[in-house]
Ligand binder design. Structure first.
Ligand code: ZZB
Length: 268
C-alpha cells in the first residue's frame, strides 16, 4: 500500500501523557512531536475533524531523521506503532537507517484528548479520540478522521458524540462541523453521511461498513469533484496528487509504503 503519512503536530498533551513524555524528552516544549496518520486519501485532509487511536493499542515515541523533519529543525518525533516505526526505518525516516529507537511506550487510552494541528483542515486544531476498530497491524495505527468522506469515521464520531461520557471524552471534541469537501453525483456533498444513512448503518461495528467504504472510495475517486480548498473544481483523480505534493512541500507529510506479506529482515 502506498500511504501518505500526515504529520499532526501536538499542541497540548493531557497531563498523564505529558508526565510520561517529560521523563524521556525533558525539552518537551522545544521538541516537535507529531501523531503520524497514514491515509490513502490526502485530498480529503481539508475535512479532518479529529484523530483516532486504538485505546488498547501500544504506540511509541520515535525520533525522525533530520532530513524528514521540517527545514530548520532537527528535533522532531513521531507517535506511531512499533511496527510502523520499523517500516519507516527501512524507508530512511528514522534517525538511523534500519533501526528503531523507541523513547517511550504510550497506550492509546492515555493519549485521548491530546490537541493536534490538522494540516490543511478547515478545523485547525482537533482532538485525539478513541476508535475501537482501529487496527494495530495497518498503517501507523493512527487514523485521521474525515467524516464527510469516510463512512467508518462518520459512524465512529456519531457513536462518540452519543456516548461521550462512556468513552471518557468531552462531547464537543466529537461534534466538530462536518463540511463538504468532495461532491459525488450519486451521494452529493457529504458522501459518507449519505451512505451511512441510506444503508442504515448504526454503529462503527456494523457489518455493512466495508461495503459502504468500498462505494465511498469508488464514487470519490472516479466521479468526485473537489468543492473546497486549493483545488476546488478539479476532479479528485487530479487533485489527489496535487494535495499530496502540497503537503510534502510544506513538510507536513511524506510518502510511506507498506510491504504486503513481506517479512522485512535485516540480514541478506
Ligand atoms: C483519511 C481518509 C479519508 C481515509 C477518507 C479514508 C477515506 P484501507 O482502505 O483498508 O487500506 N486507516 C488507516 N490506518 C488504519 C488503521 N490502522 N485502522 C483502521 N483504519 C485505518 O484503509 C485505508 C484507510 O483506512 C485510510 O485512509 C485511513 O482512513 C484508514 F475519506 O484516511 B483514510 C472511503 C474511505 N474514505
Amino acid at each position: 500500500q502506498d500511504y501518505t503519512a500526515i504529520k499532526m503536530k501536538v499542541l497540548d498533551w493531557p497531563e498523564a501523557a505529558k508526565n510520561t513524555i517529560q521523563k524521556v524528552l525533558p525539552s518537551i516544549s522545544e521538541a516537535n512531536v507529531y501523531f503520524l496518520a497514514a491515509t490513502l486519501r490526502p485530498e480529503t485532509m481539508y475535512g479532518q475533524t479529529c484523530c483516532f487511536v486504538g485505546p488498547k493499542i501500544k504506540y511509541g515515541l520515535f525520533k525522525l531523521h533530520d532530513d524528514t523533519a521540517s527545514p530548520g529543525t532537527d528535533n522532531e518525533y513521531v507517535v506511531c506503532t512499533e511496527r510502523a516505526a520499523r517500516n519507516l526505518s527501512f524507508q530512511g525516516y528514522s534517525a538511523v537507517w534500519g533501526e528503531t529507537q523507541q523513547l517511550v511506550e504510550l497506550i492509546g487510552a492515555d493519549m485521548i484528548g491530546t490537541l493536534l494541528n490538522a494540516p490543511l483542515s478547515v478545523h485547525k486544531s482537533v482532538r485525539v479520540l478513541p476508535m475501537e476498530t482501529a487496527q494495530a497491524t495497518k498503517g501507523t495505527g493512527i487514523v485521521t478522521c474525515v467524516p464527510s468522506d469516510s463512512p467508518d469515521d462518520y459512524a465512529t464520531v456519531i457513536e462518540l458524540a452519543k456516548k461521550a461520557e462512556y468513552y471518557g471524552i468531552q462531547k464537543d471534541w466529537a461534534t466538530l462541523e462536518v463540511l463538504p469537501i468532495i461532491e459525488t453525483p450519486n451521494y452529493g456533498k457529504l458522501t459518507a453521511p449519505a451512505l451511512v444513512n441510506q444503508m442504515k448503518i448504526v454503529s462503527p461495528k456494523d457489518p455493512k461498513l466495508p461495503e459502504a467504504k468500498h462505494i465511498a472510495y469508488k464514487e470519490g475517486f472516479y466521479y468526485g469533484t473537489m468543492v473546497y480548498g486549493d483545488f476546488s473544481g478539479l476532479p479528485v483523480q487530479q487533485a489527489k496528487d496535487l494535495v499530496k505534493q502540497k503537503l510534502i512541500d510544506l513538510a507536513l507529510a511524506f510518502p510511506y509504503a507498506e510491504p504486503e506479506g513481506i517479512v522485512i529482515s535485516r540480514s541478506k
